[in-house]
Ligand binder design. Structure first.
Ligand SMILES: [Zn+2]
Length: 310
């Protein structure tokens, strides 16, 4: 019986640099049928993961016609989960689509609407989907998720429950992935409740608190786009370290259980073009300074593979 989660980082950052944008391949440990959480970078991420040996244990038939990254794309990745349709979360999906295998795209209705109307629309790109402007190529089947309602992800051992998030003026998504009794959270771009003047993260924390209490939540992937030098009024629906720490403290408070040791993967850091102010260094420093909870912060690198289990 598979338990826990195997995560391969196909894209780790949140902008500027093409070729390393949010994309996380997730499957239960020992069950190679995977989903991709966001798809900012797909083929290049698989190639980098392959160079790091992160795909070596995927069994390939001796007569496979594809390269190893191609085989993983065609036969291991069974579905896409798209948190929102911003380019840095879907660019890899668009670019790889001409040589992809048929797959469902699971997303909230507002996200699927943008993908089908504004991206795979026959003008920006051929219509690879099964909705919108003809001709429909139908390679991707849009699956609308209902917030708070768990569904099985076809051809995988995973279930997903979507939660709506506030990302400035855009609806984004948190995906709660479950494998047996284990759970993990992939949180797309989001602002803090205090800055977004909302309660969506609060509602998410309430929903997952019972899993924290029962020690079933194996880890969280969450964004921290900017360092703390950026004013809260200029976060454009993103988190900075003090706000991320506040939100994790809110989860801990609602759960009533220490988060000590919980893996928290710090995704979507936006690189800076300024000399001497590297957010990839500043953000983890700030998180570690404020880490009274003893959370296990991890800064992902492209091609990295992690396993989250008991
Ligand atoms: Zn975004």
């Amino acid at each position: 019986m598979a338990a826990g989660f195997d995560i391969t980082v196909l894209g780790a950052r949140g902008g500027l640099e093409d070729g390393n944008l949010s994309a996380y391949m997730v499957h239960p440990i020992g069950d190679l049928r995977a989903v991709l959480c966001d798809a900012g970078t797909v083929l290049h991420g698989l190639q980098v993961a392959d160079q790091h040996g992160a795909l070596d244990d995927i069994p390939m038939p001796a007569n496979a016609v594809e390269t190893r990254p191609g085989f993983v794309l065609h036969h291991a990745i069974q579905a896409y989960l798209v948190s929102h349709a911003h380019i840095d979360h879907v660019a890899g999906l668009v670019l790889v689509s001409p040589d992809d295998s048929p797959k469902p795209i699971y997303a909230l209705p507002s996200v699927n609407r943008v993908l089908s109307r504004d991206l795979f629309n026959g003008a920006v790109w051929p219509n690879m989907g099964d909705r919108g402007a003809p001709p429909l190529l139908g390679l991707y089947q849009y699956q609308d998720l209902v917030p708070g309602h768990a569904v099985a992800l076809a051809h995988t051992g995973l279930r997903v429950t979507a939660f709506s998030l506030s990302h400035g003026n855009v609806e984004s998504t948190a995906f709660l992935l479950q494998s047996g009794s284990d759970a993990m959270l992939y949180i797309g771009d989001t602002g803090a409740d205090a800055v977004e003047h909302g309660t969506r993260l609060h509602a998410l924390w309430q929903a997952v608190a019972p899993l924290v209490r029962r020690h079933r939540l194996r880890g969280i992937i969450i964004e921290c786009s900017y360092d703390d030098s950026r004013p809260d009024s200029q976060l454009w629906g993103h988190l900075s370290p003090h706000l991320l720490l506040n939100e994790l403290a809110a989860l801990q408070g609602i759960a009533g259980t220490p988060l000590r040791g919980l893996p928290v993967l710090v995704a979507h850091i936006k690189p800076s073009l300024r000399k001497g102010a590297d957010p990839v260094a500043l953000i983890p420093e700030a998180l570690r300074r404020g880490n009274a909870m003893g959370v296990n912060f991890i800064v992902p690198e492209q091609g990295m593979r992690l396993q989250w289990h008991k």
